[in-house]
Design a protein around this ligand. Structure first.
Ligand SMILES: [Zn+2]
Length: 172
């Protein structure tokens, strides 16, 4: 047995062969059931802060691979964002809007409505979309070649009706 997992896009499998009757779709409930039971178990094993860090990291890996396999990084910025919006809807991840954009500094405020991870959740008083934070940062890193941070400042779970992220390029 290998000591680590190395994710590759083709590990997602051939769904047309593997699920001829059930197909590609599942329910949001099932997705959330996995995500929030992971969080429960991981946080009890390794602590909440470390769990959050790992969710951000895993989200960033997902964003990188999503960008490589689903998006066209040769597009100019505005068209790239338009395609990203389209794909996020097509895959039912959420509805992306760019509220503020400083393309020179690579700083953005963006919102994701009807977010897959949190929309409709109880109000926990803290944002929960750590995986999304990584996902957004991972996509932008893959597209620009620069490191990004994405911080969720509003979330359904904080009582807001959309998720809002402050996103910026960082040095290094
Ligand atoms: Zn959220």
């Amino acid at each position: 047995m290998e000591k680590v997992y190395n994710f590759k896009w083709d590990h997602l499998g051939d769904l047309s062969v593997g699920r001829p009757n059930l197909g590609k779709e599942t329910s949001v409930m099932v997705y959330r059931l996995m995500q929030y039971t992971f969080k429960d178990v991981f946080s009890k094993e390794i602590g909440k802060q470390k769990t959050i860090e790992l969710f951000v990291k895993a989200g960033a890996l997902a964003g990188k691979e999503f960008c490589r396999n689903v998006l066209d990084i040769s597009l100019p910025f505005d068209e790239f964002i338009a395609e990203l919006k389209e794909k996020l809807v097509a895959f039912k991840i959420g509805i992306l809007r760019i509220e503020e954009a400083d393309k020179k500094k690579l700083q953005f405020v963006l919102t994701v409505s009807e977010d897959l991870d949190c929309s409709g959740l109880p109000i926990f008083g803290e944002s929960v979309c750590n995986y999304d934070e990584g996902f957004i940062a991972g996509i932008l890193k893959e597209y620009t070649g620069k490191k990004f941070t994405a911080k969720e400042i509003d979330c359904w779970a904080t009582g807001d009706r959309t998720c809002r992220f402050e996103v910026k390029a960082i040095e290094g």
